[in-house]
Design a protein around this ligand. Sequence first.
Ligand code: PLP
Length: 400
Amino acid sequence: MPAIADRLNNVSISASAAMTQRARDLAAQGIKVISLSAGEPDFATPSHGVEAAHEAALAGDTKYPSMDGTPALKAAIARKFKRENNLDYDASQIVVCGGGKQVIFNAMLATCNPGDEVVIPAPSWISYADIVKFAGAVPVPVACPQEAGFKLRAEDLEAAITSRTKWLFLNFPNNPTGAACSRADMKAIADVMLRHPHVWIMTDDIYEHLIYDDFKFCTIAEVEPKLYDRVLTVNGASKAYAMTGWRLGFCGGPKDLISAISNVNGQNGGGTATIVQAAAAAVLDGPQDLLRERAVIYKQRRDFVLTELAKIDGLKCHKPEGAFYIFPSISGLIGRTSRGGRRIESDTDFVMALVNEHHVATVQGAAYGMSPFFRISYATSMEKLTEACARISLFCSEMR
Ligand code: PLP
């Protein structure tokens, strides 16, 4: 068989996708699996978004799109950045892609040379390191420990930057920890970055609207305007508007960087589906009450799961400020054996025993670059969360 490219040698299959598959396999055997592994809202796409796509299709808006986004959507994105982030990006500073993931992929292809380093606070979303490797660059993780609330500490960031650093990635509220960043903490990060003008900053603000207890979201270009020319502000429709399947992401940034990203986007897909762009413009410009309403529901779920997990011996949780994830430590269970006879040497052992013996799918911390932890996504119903917490509790209490 002809060979596959070497560049795929270092790229892994996402552990959360692998766990979702394991849950599907068990379900196909008739087993009732509760899946807390997918990072996907369980809400519906707002109906005015669906209607806008339908109308666009009926009106014949079905020809090749421009490679950087439709003028109508770019105008809606510019309004969003101004309204929600106090950032001024005109149409030449915005690109629309097929998801936040494709924005980041295109940005790395547009800027990274072999051997460039990308500083990534860890734990982090599984795809960052793989995208960076795809682009020939080297991911450099910086630990954000549980004791520090999973925050990026300025001194750790400073120590990670070298003359080869090309990018710093920021993602607060964070996947997988849910940690968010206060304005003061963001300013401390910005102060470090002011000292290193050779480094771009990519801020992935995809969980911006999933934030609780009056915590205020902030984004680095707004906190430190002196960094504006070096910041790529990334966002998308997936998490806020429950539009994961539509594949719509966007970014704002300095003109030259945006035009390079747009260039890559033109070859990598050729632009985002026209009717998807119509839907995105409708939700960005439409009523925003649903964001607050849904955040209230996510907060109730977070509080419930935290309360239940706190009762379990061997687990230690940090209270996340945002996103829809909890990232408990299982250090208190290492060395024990599950009822099914699996010795728990790692978080991978833990999540595999949990899914096989009690049919709750979660993801091991190792997949996000920090062990021994596991990620729970609470983007599911209270009924399922109640059952899942009971099963996790039983699973842990049965360990010897
Ligand atoms: N960024 C982070 C931190 C994520 O967790 C995810 C999805 O899980 C994405 C980006 C992907 O977003 P999109 O669906 O817009 O590609």
